[in-house]
Write a protein that binds this ligand. Sequence first.
Ligand code: TXA
Ligand code: MG
Length: 322
Amino acid sequence: MNNSPFTSKCTAKAIREAALALNAGHLVAFPTETVYGLGGDARNPEAVNRIYEVKGRPPGHPLIVHISSINQLDKWAVEIPEFAVQLARKFWPGPMTLILKKSNIVGDFITGGQDTVGLRVPSDPIALALITEFEKISNSAIAAPSANRFGQVSPTSSSDVQEELGNFLGADDQILDGGISKIGIESTIVDCTGIEPLILRPGAVTKSEIEETLGIVLSTKITSETKFSGSFEKHYAPNAKVVLDVDPADEDGYIAIDSIPTPVNVIRLAAPRNVQEFAKNLYSTLREADNRGIKVVVVVQPQGDGLAEAIRDRLSKAAKGR
Ligand code: TXA
Ligand code: MG
């Protein structure tokens, strides 16, 4: 029998200590089902400022507030439309963020001065346990962007977080380990401040699922780049140059669904069997390319709608470089 390398460190005591660290103004990186987040007390401006510092994120880019359940919705948001409640009932806990008119407990330091706030109830059990524990002791919630340096690829494991932020976190900050993120790309963001919902960032909760839930057809308006940092160019990008849907050259890295054969002389980095696996492994594969010093990664984009659309959204941003 080998020793047990997989013994979880996420005991009730560890969650409690992480919640206490948040309450003392420190930062805690934690797993969610989408990607890892870098959390701080959503009502503590110093803690939130440190999130920006540690990430190297320019000010004015709003943060998502992570809450424990739909019960907390009208504490952080006001004038909530019925369709937003329907979406929350259907998809929370889960990979969906709702943009709503903020309540007066939401500080400008969270929203970049806007009158809206992003709210999400993640489904990862460790995330939920942490948010719930922190809510009990602080009556607050956890503000968290993805736990990567600004513009970089989001982390999908605790070792990715360590690699991204280890040099920027302090001794009192923490990284909670919760294994590999199940989904692997960031939440679907739905703007609920207009007369109908508007998808600002596609994700694992898909357009057709939203349409089915609400019994409507969504329009596909172009989103405003000023209020939405994820829609800036130069996001989600590794050091390697990402090129889409071209014939690879010798020594290029190559990512394509497994039914596509590997061209000669390329380095096959991933051969996912379906779009779920594609999303789950995408960021770790791009990281691996960087760690192996690969200069160019050619990706054959997955076809179809739903999660494939979210993958193509991230890939097109990665392809714009940094
Ligand atoms: O899956 C996720 O959403 C992960 C996990 C940790 O929850 N979080 C995440 O956070 O991806 P971040 O900060 O990396 O991306 C959130 C995006 C940003 O592009 C931000 O501009 C947008 O959400 N956002 C946040 N609040 C907003 C608001 N009030 N209005 C419009 N966009 C907002
Ligand atoms: Mg991010």
